[in-house]
Design a protein around this ligand. Structure first.
Ligand code: PLP
Length: 329
């Protein structure tokens, strides 16, 4: 077969940096700082926020991540996110990059270097570069990366008018993968794309036995007709730090006219559809009311008082609670 005359250039280090800079100029991104154990420090130029292609996190998805929020110059609930990060690492057979204390320190110092006072910290652990095999390369050193950025943002109408969601046609992850925050988010990505293509805001996984799971990067919960806040068990869904915290804090709402109880249990779809309120919970979305699910109104089809009260609780905890770390800017 004749070879077409595509003119491939051979590039040197300077060409590569120039190409990366030109890429970022064509499609600017707002990333404030990036730490890489492979680079051995922090960069603030997004063109330099790179990872070797043969890193197993890139080509095999052998990596994990987590995300914590920066709120008014402080990091919220980092210990809960680190607990989950270490759990994900263990289940993924990933070697840690030093101790938990060292990783925590790097996260805090990278946040300080970014100067960002409101946003998000996303950090990853990879099995490292060195081969295109499946198992980590001989002598591979784990990679640890920390990105400081503005965080995910959602339309204001999600909070004022509520969201519309659909049951996804994509299968839910099996338990091991659902509770491990690995870099393979294909089902989550496809679910969100499917919903957007249908003109909706997001999707919801249902498991094989008909119990409600979670959304793309958020948990779901319900305020039932009797006022009980019900959350699915953390077996087929990621143990969300927001959910876990709110399940504690929401007990304070019981008996004050908002909730009558708090429960974690399997939730059959039919029961969920009869709920008074349905909410999305997560570090970036915080608490957002769902007003329509599969074309049917949830409750009276309007954002309810449970969603409002839960949002107030988590926002107060993020600003003035006892789970904040001051960033040494
Ligand atoms: C699949 C999935 N479920 C739920 C959540 C909510 O977790 P958190 O409250 O820790 O943000 C996330 C976000 O991390 C997620 O990716």
């Amino acid at each position: 077969m004749p070879v077409s005359n595509v003119n491939l250039q051979m590039l040197g280090a300077q060409d590569v940096v120039a190409a990366l800079q030109s890429l970022r100029a064509r499609q600017p991104v707002k990333f404030s700082a990036f730490y890489s154990s492979q680079l051995g420090g922090v960069v603030t130029d997004p063109a330099l926020m790179v990872i070797p292609f043969d890193d197993h996190m890139v080509h095999r998805g052998h990596g994990i991540f987590d995300t914590a929020a920066i709120v008014e110059g402080r990091i919220y609930d980092l210990e809960a996110h680190l607990d989950r990060f270490l759990g994900s690492a263990e289940r993924s057979k990933l070697k840690l990059f030093g101790s938990r204390e060292r990783m925590r320190e790097i996260i805090i110092r990278t946040t300080a270097a970014s100067g960002l006072r409101n946003g998000a910290i996303r950090y990853w652990l990879s099995s490292g570069p060195g081969s295109l095999e499946l198992t980590p390369a001989a002598g591979a050193e784990p990679g640890f990366f920390v990105m400081i950025f503005g965080g995910l943002s959602y339309p204001e109408r999600w909070y004022t008018e509520g969201l519309r969601v659909m049951t996804t046609t994509y299968p839910i992850k099996p338990p091991l993968y659902a509770i491990t925050k690995a870099t393979n988010y294909l089902p989550n990505v496809l679910m969100q794309m499917e919903a957007k293509e249908a003109g909706l805001d997001n999707g919801v996984f249902i498991d094989e036995t008909g119990f409600v799971g979670e959304s793309s990067n958020m948990n779901v919960a319900f305020v039932m007709k009797d006022g009980v806040l019900k959350h699915p068990k953390f077996e087929r869904v990621l143990p969300g730090c927001t959910s876990l915290r709110l399940l504690e804090l929401a007990r304070g709402l019981v008996g004050r006219g908002v909730l009558t109880g708090v429960e974690v249990s399997d939730i059959p779809v039919a029961e969920a559809r009869a709920a008074r309120e349905m909410v999305l919970l997560g570090s970036s979305v915080k608490v957002a009311p769902i007003v329509e699910w599969d074309g049917q109104p949830v409750g009276d089809g309007k954002p309810g008082p449970g969603a409002r009260a839960l949002l107030d609780l988590i926002e107060a905890d993020m600003r003035t609670g006892d789970r904040l770390i001051d960033v040494p800017y």
